[in-house]
Design a protein around this ligand. Structure first.
Ligand code: HEC
Ligand code: HEC
Length: 203
């Protein structure tokens, strides 16, 4: 006699029995999780509000000027892997678009990404780019470029000008590495804040 079908039925039954009691528990967990998640979201809104207020105080500008792009998780994880995840408003749309089309030759690196992630990142960069974001910084960057399209943030005239007093051998320090390493000196760069109040140049 062939025992295979019988064995299959028995194990199927066992599986159902195993999962049945956990079903309502899971559903309950889900429910709790949602509530917990909503609470975080609410809190987040709140702290965002406070943050915006603080930011406004700090640089004395209006909320539209200090409006910052919400962080995008896929962007942070993918483009923050090898270096600091540069804020989208540090380069114009055209630069980001070109960069996203040449991921196979990214400054000597080849970046492999699925189409969905590429689209998410490209959309995020496009929406919040220097020319589309209306941030103060973005406007200064666009003005200084005079229609040129840089492939590097560190080639942008406005940013070069802001750093022209720093001698090249400071950037070469082991603790810094290069101009591209914004987070080495701008302690608040992760939050998109580059005010000189928060700059510490490491020895
Ligand atoms: C595999 C590592 C790696 C990943 C992942 C990566 N990069 Fe880079 N990126 C580099 C290297 C290497 C450089 C050149 C650094 C240098 O020359 O100082 C660079 C430079 C850059 C620069 C120029 C910085 C400057 O000097 O102004 C930008 C902008 C940039 N990357 C954006 C991105 C974006 C957007 C993504 C995500 C799609 C990304 N990178 C993902 C390795 C990576
Ligand atoms: C070696 C340290 C160092 C590095 C690396 C560095 N910066 Fe700076 N940055 C400074 C200093 C110091 C100032 C203030 C210059 C001044 O006011 O004279 C400054 C000023 C600025 C300003 C102007 C801020 C303002 O409120 O006027 C911006 C924007 C900025 N940096 C962006 C960047 C970005 C983006 C990067 C990375 C691509 C970067 N910096 C890398 C040290 C650094």
């Amino acid at each position: 006699m062939n025992h295979k079908p019988m064995l299959l039925i028995v194990s199927l039954f066992a599986t159902i029995l195993l999962f049945m009691p956990s079903l309502p528990v899971n559903a309950d967990d889900d429910h709790k999780q949602k509530k917990w998640y909503n609470k975080i979201l609410d809190d987040d809104d709140d702290s965002d509000h406070h943050k915006r207020k603080r930011e406004r105080k700090r640089d004395g500008t209006h909320s539209r000027n200090s409006k910052r792009a919400l962080k995008n998780t896929i962007y942070q994880n993918t483009c923050g892997e090898c270096h600091f995840a540069y804020q989208p408003d540090l380069m114009p749309t055209a630069s980001w678009a070109t960069l996203m089309k040449s991921l196979n030759d990214h400054f000597g690196e080849s970046i492999e990404l699925d189409d969905d992630s590429i689209k998410t990142i490209a959309d995020y960069l496009n929406t919040n780019s220097a020319d589309n974001s209306r941030t103060k910084r973005g406007t200064k960057i666009i003005k200084s470029l005079k229609n040129k399209m840089p492939m590097r943030i560190t080639e942008i005239p406005y940013l070069l000008h802001e750093h022209h007093e720093i001698s090249p051998n400071v950037f070469d320090r082991e603790s810094i590495g290069s101009f591209s390493n914004c987070v080495a000196c701008h302690t608040t760069a992760e939050n998109g804040i580059y005010d000189d109040d928060f700059v510490i140049i490491p020895k």
